[in-house]
Ligand binder design. Sequence first.
Ligand code: VGL
Ligand code: ZN
Length: 213
Amino acid sequence: MPATLRPDANAALIVVDVQNGFCTGGNLAVPDGEAVVPVINRLAGVFDNVVLTQDWHPAGHASFASSHPGRQPFQTTELAYGTQVLWPDHCVRGTHDAALHAGLAVPHAQLIIRKGYHPGVDSYSAFQEADRQTRTGLAGYLRERGIRRVFVCGLATDFCVAWTALDARSSGFDAWVIEDATRAIDLNGSLAAAWQAMQAQGVGRISSQDLLA
Ligand code: VGL
Ligand code: ZN
């Protein structure tokens, strides 16, 4: 692997939202979502530092279409902080849908960061909520631990993975997305737009082979 990529003490793997809700049978199933699990299990083995994230919504969350009478999932609405995609009810805290996928085998993960728990604010990003003001604390945690480089994988490429990678950059970290360790929702061109935005902000696009070979 290129020496510049080799995970060292200053690198962390961020495993985004590998939860039942985003896998087959889940409330917001991402096509082939569970396919990331074996790839991530292998990848995690080359990282000393691993952070997991969990989408963790209260019932009645503002991102749920069911909270907006007359609106349907995958439509958008305007909330105080801007345009919000409306989703099926998903990853309600404490439910099976919100639990991590049972096949995820990353016992050395050190932190699980939950996000999207404020009733009126979504949070695709593990760093900053959708109001673009409220911080989750992840940047401070990583910085205190001496992490300078993050490698992002998980679900979904075009939402929580992309927003996390973009916010990693704006928070001062070097960032890469491991493409074959992600799967996308791809809503109205969102996947292409996400890669374009990430490229513009200097997020690297790599494959698991770049880290495992
Ligand atoms: C996600 C939509 C809504 C994700 C979470 O994990 O990408 N997408 N909540
Ligand atoms: Zn969500």
